[in-house]
Design a protein around this ligand. Sequence first.
Ligand code: NDP
Length: 332
Amino acid sequence: MTLRTPVRVALTGAAGNIGYALAFRIAAGDLLGSRQPVILHLIEVEAARRPLDALVMELDDCAAPLLHDIVATTDLDEGFGDVDWALLVGARPRRQGMERSDLLRVNARIFATQGQALERAAKRQVRVVVVGNPANTNALIALSHAPHLNPHHFSAMTRLDHNRAVSLLARHTGHHAHQVRGVTIWGNHSTTQYPDLHHATVAGRPALELVEWAWYTQTFIPEVQQRGAKVIEMRGASSAGSAANALIDHVQTWAYGTPHDDWTSMAVLAEGSYGIAGGVFYSFPVTCALGEYELVRGLEISSFSRERMEATDRELRRERDQVRDLLGPALG
Ligand code: NDP
């Protein structure tokens, strides 16, 4: 079997919850396939140096055939050096007594620095996925500091919300997730996101003919929106395995494409489609092929949907306005 040239994958927050769940799956070939060697660039802050070194030890102990090399560093230029993919997972968590706006600004500074380092060090065609929260606004900040990188290669992850919506719909209708198509997450990766079933089908039948409207509006939408908080309540920590899994799905779909009869949800730079003006990262239905995404066009939007799409858009613009002074030259 001939192996390909190794692909360099950077992972920030590598020693955190999600990073720990992700690194072993990448080493096992789950991210880019069983014939694609990878060089893992594990990036952490100085305070996490020991768990980072421990992670490297554990990865070494896997003797993983596809793991060509490991770069473990606290230096962003080394960490992003020549990378093909940048998975930006690390972010400051909200501490007690911290306002959401404080968190926004702390993380905006982190992602500004990371955008600048990507601009200096990464491959020009690098594809970037932001997971660290507030993911949509962090993606905007990072892109704004990387004027020579392709804006269409920056995204924020709403795939976990998408997967949650698919799974909940399947379970409620007595079907399997693989029989569900056409689910969309619109907007922000936050509790204002709008999980939309108007175009969804289950085993070929319109989802909204299979479920009660009251279940859709009073159970489905809030459960998807608040699923993350529910996991924290039950587990005592935020979701890590499912978040890592969704990130793998996000990258795989982007790299290798969506099925011909389905789409996925990705937060990408808005450019006016569906009435969402530019200047925010907004989750849309997209199809992917050969490493590029395209918005699904022409979906009919009901007034019910429109109201919710606008509410999550307003939140994104408020977030952006709170960090406007930290936007870089590409969008400032
Ligand atoms: P996690 O690995 O659990 O989460 C990382 C980020 O992903 C958080 O911002 C988290 O948001 C976000 N996230 C997005 N979607 C989800 C989801 N569906 N479920 C769970 N999380 C989601 O955090 P840890 O604190 O365990 O690890 C973070 C690592 O990042 C640490 O090792 C730390 O050293 C590093 N770090 C790096 C910084 C930097 O690069 N400068 C700054 C601060 C930390 P939420 O908090 O809302 O759950």
